[in-house]
Design a protein around this ligand. Structure first.
Ligand SMILES: [Zn+2]
Ligand SMILES: [Zn+2]
Length: 331
């Protein structure tokens, strides 16, 4: 899978869900993208840990050969149509294909699954049914559903995941979309329910057909990249000059951005994080926000090494927290 450039992550042995986080991350307040475990071969936060790095992948599967394989769709530029075959009672016809009204004259007797609604959508658009698309990778799921894998065409903005039962964003009843913020079980993975088995046809995802690009766009799946967040002002939980103490150190980190390498960046970031940890510990700064400011400042100066930045911030703050700082006592 990594061979194809897909970003993989472990699934708990026998399950279609990722293994649990470490204790610190279960209790922790950081956002998954800033997880310090990822720099140390940790698999915390499910698909957020996904990587194409062979060393990490080898480490994971030698630690636990029983892991299944998950693929993070976003970094792998995949869109997977997840067709369910649950035997639920269909909802009112107005909710089978969101945004498309199905005339009363259309006989819907026997419609019972995502296979039916997807076929209905394809027929309505006079396009071939994706479930029959042997030009792309299709995978049969243990519960009788089907995953139809597609690659995002070049220059197409990302799509987000959705559930077919969602009232907000959905393509069709019992058809889920696995995209930017989701993952998919790789073929060959075995769970207690059975094996995810590639179906006859090619094993390589084809580009997402343009009519499906249009359908996903129509149904609100576009996720245009969020605007970069503005740096938060340090928040002081008590009056004092803690924000000013930290600001001077952050400026040094920020200034490293003027040159792409060197400038003692790691040392400066570590010093800022260490001081921040001390100020948080003494109650002069808010921990979560301070961590975010450090990460954002580091990212602006060294955008190509997010995991390394997160690691320095985390270890620096942890070390600093053993030395509480009270800036107003300084002369
Ligand atoms: Zn962790
Ligand atoms: Zn974490």
């Amino acid at each position: 899978m990594v061979r194809h450039g897909f970003a993989v992550h472990p699934l708990a042995p026998g399950a279609k869900t990722p293994p649990p986080n470490c204790e610190a991350c279960t209790a922790g307040a950081h956002q998954p993208q800033y997880c310090p475990c990822h720099a140390e071969h940790g698999w915390c936060h499910g698909f957020h840990a996904a990587t194409t790095d062979l060393n990490t992948v080898q480490h994971w599967w030698s630690t636990q050969p029983g892991f299944g394989i998950g693929i993070a769709c976003g970094p792998s530029r995949l869109v997977v149509i997840d067709v369910d075959a649950h035997t639920d009672r269909p909802p009112h016809r107005s909710r089978l294909l969101p945004g498309i009204s199905i005339h009363d004259s259309v006989d819907l007797a026997g419609l019972s699954s995502g296979f039916d609604t997807l076929a209905l959508l394809a027929a309505y658009r006079r396009r071939p049914n994706p479930c029959d698309d042997t030009s792309t990778l299709r995978v049969q799921t243990p519960s009788g559903g089907m995953h139809i894998w597609y690659r995002m065409p070049r220059h197409t903005p990302a799509f987000k995941s959705s559930s077919g039962s969602s009232k907000r964003t959905a393509l069709a009843w019992q058809v889920d979309i696995r995209a930017a913020n989701g993952y998919i079980v790789a073929p060959g993975t075995r769970t207690t329910a059975g094996v995810y088995q590639a179906l006859p046809g090619t094993r390589i995802p084809a580009p997402l057909p343009l009519w499906l690009v249009a359908e996903l766009t129509r149904t609100g799946h576009r996720t245009d990249a969020p605007a970069p967040s503005k740096p938060l002002a340090p928040i002081s939980s008590r009056p004092g000059n803690a924000p000013r103490v930290l600001a001077a150190l952050l400026k040094e980190v920020e200034d490293c951005g003027a040159v792409p390498e060197g400038a003692a960046f790691s040392e400066k970031l570590n010093r800022a994080a260490f001081t921040a940890g001390g100020l948080v510990q003494s109650g002069h700064l808010h921990g979560v926000e301070t961590r975010q400011i450090l990460i954002e400042t580091a990212t602006r100066a060294r955008p190509h090494q997010p995991r390394r930045n997160a690691h320095i911030v985390e270890t620096g703050m942890r070390a600093g927290s053993t030395r509480p700082i009270r800036p107003e006592e300084r002369t």
